[in-house]
Design a protein around this ligand. Structure first.
Ligand code: HPA
Length: 282
């Protein structure tokens, strides 16, 4: 029989996630990853601050994963032993919806994390800020999202409840770590072009405060898979039209690099708090 593939629509995508999780167990020697993180622009330095690296696996060696075409995304999956003995899976290989490779690939990492045993999914990204109070370099907790991609990672009549998609409990733990963390509503556009000022004005009018191209679809798949979601955006730039500055990917990456040490420290403290909470729950 042919190996299950994400391109074969007759095969459920979880079959490929099972292969991927088995490959990770084999390559890392870790039977179960308790929580998983996807590290977007600006968040990459956090991986090594979380704990001890057990193994680093090239994404291309794990079924269903591929190397990201986006500069600034490393293309590895890293298994980390946390100080309290739990294990984290750090996904540095995001596939964006705008790559046009299908939504199954976009959320494959989330489904793999769920099969690998994760109970919490931490989704991070670099994003544009609509609230002018958020200077580039500000981290913001995602409270909710508006999905403007016109797509869903769910197939068939899968009527998943998205009330409290971004767990209030986990946001509370993050705010225990840093009470100054603001919360915002993430609006996902398809991209890869940045938004027009009129689109950003629309996003603001309909209740959004952050614009990005990644996290909403991943969060929906995480909820379907039974994961609790914590979402964090780094504001890398003022969204289009919020200031009179033009936008560039170089600027986004530079803001990410500049904020990275601070974010790494923040994320390590949040993950430590969440992992201690997980260890205390049956
Ligand atoms: N819009 C969408 N995605 C982004 C932005 C933005 O302004 N900045 C970083 N990712």
């Amino acid at each position: 029989m042919a190996e299950p593939s994400l391109d074969d629509l007759e095969t459920p995508p979880t079959a490929v996630a099972e292969l991927a999780a088995a490959a990770l167990t084999e390559r890392t020697g870790v039977e179960r990853h308790d929580l998983a993180l996807t590290l977007g622009s600006g968040w990459g330095a956090a991986a090594r601050r979380l704990g001890e690296v057990v193994a680093e696996v090239p994404a291309a060696d794990v079924p269903g994963f591929s190397v990201s075409g986006v500069p600034g995304h490393p293309g590895t999956l890293t298994s980390i032993a946390l100080p309290n003995g739990l294990h984290a899976l750090v996904i540095g290989a995001r596939t964006h919806f705008y790559e046009g490779r299908g939504v199954r690939r976009v959320v494959h990492s989330v489904r793999t994390a769920a099969v690998a045993g994760a109970r919490v999914m931490v989704l991070t990204n670099g994003a544009g800020g609509i609230d002018p109070a958020w200077a580039p370099g500000t981290p913001v907790l995602i409270r909710d999202h508006i999905n403007l991609t016109a797509a869903s990672p769910l197939e068939g009549p899968t009527f998943v409840d998205l009330t409290d998609l971004y767990s209030a409990r986990l946001r509370g733990l993050a705010q225990e770590v840093d009470p100054s963390l603001a919360e915002g509503v993430y609006v996902q556009f398809r991209g890869p072009h940045y938004e027009t000022p009129a689109e950003v004005a629309m996003a603001r009018t309909i209740g959004g405060s952050i614009v990005g191209m990644s996290t909403a679809l991943e969060a929906i798949a995480a909820r379907e898979a039974g994961l609790e979601v914590l979402g964090l955006s780094l504001i890398t730039n003022a969204a289009a039209g919020v200031t009179d500055q033009p936008l560039s990917h170089a600027e986004v990456l530079a803001a990410g690099r500049e904020a990275e040490p601070r974010l790494a420290d923040l994320l390590a403290r949040i993950v430590d708090r969440v992992a201690r909470d997980l260890a205390a729950r049956p």
